[in-house]
Design a protein around this ligand. Structure first.
Ligand code: NAP
Length: 257
């Protein structure tokens, strides 16, 4: 490749995204880190560049804003950076009865979890296809496998991510571009505070380090879907064998306070 290649990771200022950035840096990949918090990104930039000896570029962006993904991609092109790994990880959830939850927050969630992920994948995958190589990882959730009463919009966004990623994975495979969907179950990150407040539902959650390591390894093996943790794998499998109405009722019971 004529230019040094970079892993572009959205939502890399904390949680699973930060740990995925560390996995990439451990494997000597240069990084482009994207999130809203510039101060957090600056701190991570210094830490990872010193520790791993890779180039770390930060591009603070609110990806839920219209055209943010296009602006980000234009900025990457104007700096002559080549993206050979794209990790669409930024995302958030919300909790409550759909008739009562905040519509603006949910539209913002769709803008980030669905629209920005789709738009960034569109721009970056064109370059990957032209070069005949690349890895894309889209972070969904075990929420992708069933409807989620009390988190209806979040579960639906993750079902989109899984369906979309499997479909374009099929389209891009002949061109040397792999698409992996990472489907974590409950993971100890700031996600839980943002979705549920301090009142966490998630006992026995995995660490973001473990989720990222399993996800990174799966992406390098060009796996289509990666579900970290045996419990989460069993859950995803059992959903396939159970009537949809029952699955939905069980999902609701899990989230009822
Ligand atoms: N934790 C779980 O239990 C769990 C389970 C399954 C799936 N997931 C998925 O894993 C992904 C990562 O979440 P996490 O658990 O690591 O939570 P997290 O620690 O809250 O990380 C979310 C990341 O997204 C960034 N972000 C949020 N809004 C953004 C915006 N508008 N524009 C750009 N960046 C934005 C945040 O940075 P800034 O605040 O600096 O913008 C942060 O870096 C999400 O897609 C989530 O749905 C999480």
């Amino acid at each position: 490749m004529p230019f040094p290649a970079y892993a572009l990771i959205t939502g890399s200022s904390s949680g699973i995204g930060l740990e995925l950035a560390k996995q990439c840096a451990t494997n000597k990949r240069n990084l482009i880190l994207v999130a809203r918090r510039n101060d957090a990104l600056q701190h991570i930039q210094k830490e990872l560049a010193e520790k791993f000896g890779v180039d770390v570029v930060i591009m603070p962006h609110d990806l839920s804003k219209p055209h943010a993904a296009k602006e980000l991609h234009d900025m990457i092109l104007s700096r002559g950076l080549v993206v050979d790994v794209l990790i669409n990880n930024a995302g958030f959830g919300d909790y409550g009865m759909f008739v009562e939850t905040d519509l603006e927050k949910e539209m913002n969630m769709i803008d980030l979890n669905v629209k920005a992920l789709t738009e960034l994948t569109k721009h970056v995958s064109k370059g990957m296809k032209a070069r005949g190589s690349g890895y894309i990882m889209n972070v969904a959730s075990t929420a992708a496998f069933q409807p989620g009463p009390l988190m209806a919009v979040y579960f639906a966004t993750k079902a989109y991510v899984l369906s979309f990623s499997e479909a374009i994975g099929n389209e891009l495979a002949p061109f040397g571009v792999s698409v992996t969907t990472l489907c974590p179950g409950p993971t100890n990150t700031a996600f839980q505070d943002r979705a549920f407040g301090n009142d966490s539902f998630f006992k026995g959650a995995m660490t973001p380090e473990a989720v990222a390591r399993i996800g990174y390894e799966g992406m390098m093996k060009k796996k289509s879907v990666v579900i970290p943790g045996l419990k989460n794998k069993l859950l995803a499998f059992s959903v396939r064998l159970t009537p949809r109405k029952m699955v939905t009722a069980v999902a609701r019971r899990m989230f009822e306070r």
